[in-house]
Ligand binder design. Structure first.
Ligand code: SF4
Length: 68
C-alpha cells in the first residue's frame, strides 16, 4: 500500500490544524485558570450567586446564557 503525495499533504495539514486548535484551547484554558480570585464561592449555584454578573467561570457563562 502506498500513500500518495496528496494524502501526505492532507495528513500534514490536518495535523497542523489539530495542533493549532489544541494550542488555542490550551491558551484560553490557561488564561481562565491564571486569573486570581476567580474561584467559585457558591458551590456552583449560579442562579442565586451575587457574582453571576461578572463571573468568568464556564458554569457562570452557561448560566447567563440560560437565564437571558
Ligand atoms: S456565578 Fe456561579 S460559578 Fe461564579 S462564583 Fe457564583 S456560583 Fe460560582
Amino acid at each position: 500500500m502506498s500513500i500518495s503525495r496528496r494524502q501526505v499533504m492532507q495528513h500534514a495539514l490536518r495535523g497542523i490544524a489539530a495542533a493549532a486548535i489544541g494550542a488555542v484551547a490550551f491558551k484560553l484554558g490557561m488564561r481562565t485558570l491564571s486569573r486570581p480570585g476567580h474561584t467559585c464561592v457558591s458551590d456552583g449555584l449560579c442562579r442565586s450567586c451575587g457574582r453571576l454578573g461578572d463571573c468568568i467561570l464556564p458554569q457562570a457563562q452557561s448560566a447567563r446564557e440560560i437565564l437571558k
